[in-house]
Design a protein around this ligand. Structure first.
Ligand SMILES: Nc1ncnc2c1ncn2[C@@H]1O[C@H](COP(=O)(O)OP(=O)(O)OP(=O)(O)O)[C@@H](O)[C@H]1O
Ligand SMILES: [Mg+2]
Length: 335
């Protein structure tokens, strides 16, 4: 493993762009996303369905599905550029230095292999553990993620576990080789509210015990609020607000973030009186946005919002928002 420079974050993403070419047009799913992630830190990536969250996560893993491609920007993991890596080197890093819990828990686990066999397979690929030692480590991982009777459960198939236990097994798989970065894509969405809270708690504990950094993807700001140090709100593949979690939640600046906060479900099980969705649908962008992508749904939209897509602009310490009305730039930066 190349030694990471202390000044360099564990993961450094700059101007990441991902596109899906279609027969007649190109879908721009990720449009200039930048962030840093340091050891032990959790970044929440939040936004509605289709805004590009999973595509960001998959890009970090070098797993953008065909025909999608990373068409711009840089991803550096522990000082190593990933966007230009050879396939075999990326395969060696994937699972070992950066791992992902996929959005569909069934798709990260093989239905016809026991939980134990899957974890042992991953250990065999990435570590020197074999035989009894690999088996003991697999049981240890199941214990670490709070699965009761871990030795017994090594022989269980994914369908024999409850949703919550299956997600724990998926987390055990993902952390089996002690990755520096864990990408967790909607790890709680399929679970009921009480189990959601337990899984978030588990992720926080593992982060602290193992010194991992986490990119936590969720459509639900309430889920990331309890664990994320910083939040990145994404709309149409653009980051429209980012900052420390408390700042983004308590001093949300972008009208879209406000809409998400108003429509969120509470992680402790209490639900707001009425769930308010933001009227309208998130755009699938077929080119760079020439105006504010949220304009058509925005109650505050003014003429200026048609003129250009607002750039992120500082609104507080480490807090930025992209809104012509709420965070106007003194110098008219375009993007
Ligand atoms: N394999 C693919 N081929 C073509 N387009 C894709 C593919 N995967 C994703 N997209 C498009 O990229 C955009 C972003 O999708 P993505 O799955 O990243 O969104 P998301 O924020 O994870 O949504 P959700 O909350 O529903 O999981 C969408 O417009 C989607 O249709
Ligand atoms: Mg997704």
């Amino acid at each position: 493993m190349p030694a990471a420079n202390d000044a360099e974050p564990l993961l450094r993403v700059r101007d990441l762009e991902v596109a899906f070419p279609g027969a007649r047009s190109v879908l721009h799913a990720v449009n200039g996303v930048s962030f840093d992630l340091h050891r032990g830190e959790t970044l929440g990536v939040v936004g509605e369905s289709g805004c590009g969250k999973s595509t960001i996560g998959r890009a970090l893993m070098g797993l953008v599905p065909d025909p999608g491609r990373i068409v711009g920007g840089s991803i550096r993991l522990e000082g190593e550029e990933l966007t230009t890596l050879r396939g075999d080197r990326m395969r060696s890093l994937r699972g070992r230095r950066i791992a992902m819990i996929f959005q569909d828990p069934m798709s990260s686990l093989n239905p016809v292999m026991t939980i134990g066999a899957q974890i042992i397979e991953s250990l065999t690929i990435h570590t020197r553990l074999r035989g009894r030692k690999a088996e003991a480590r697999a049981a240890e991982l199941l214990r670490l993620v709070g699965i009761p009777d871990p030795v017994g459960r090594l022989g269980a198939y994914p369908h024999q576990l409850s949703g919550g236990m299956r997600q724990r097994a998926g987390i055990a798989m993902a952390i089996s080789c002690d990755p520096a970065v864990l990408v967790a894509d909607e790890p709680t969405t399929a679970l009921d509210v009480t189990v959601q809270a337990q899984v978030v708690e588990l992720l926080a504990r593992l982060r602290d015990e193992l010194g991992m950094a986490i990119v936590l993807i969720s459509h639900d700001l309430g889920v990331v609020a309890g664990i994320a140090d910083r939040v990145m709100v994404v709309y149409g593949g653009y980051v429209i607000e980012t900052g420390r979690t408390a700042d983004v939640l308590d001093r949300s600046t972008h009208p879209y973030t406000e809409g998400l906060i108003a429509s969120r479900t509470e992680i402790d099980g209490a639900r707001p009186e009425r769930l308010r969705a933001i009227p309208g649908a998130a755009p699938a962008l077929m080119g760079p946005a020439l105006e504010c992508p949220f304009r058509e749904r925005c109650a505050l939209a003014e003429d200026v919002c048609r003129d250009s897509n607002p750039a992120l602009s500082p609104v507080g310490d480490g807090h930025e928002a992209a809104c012509h009305v709420r965070a106007p730039l003194t110098i008219g930066a375009l993007r």
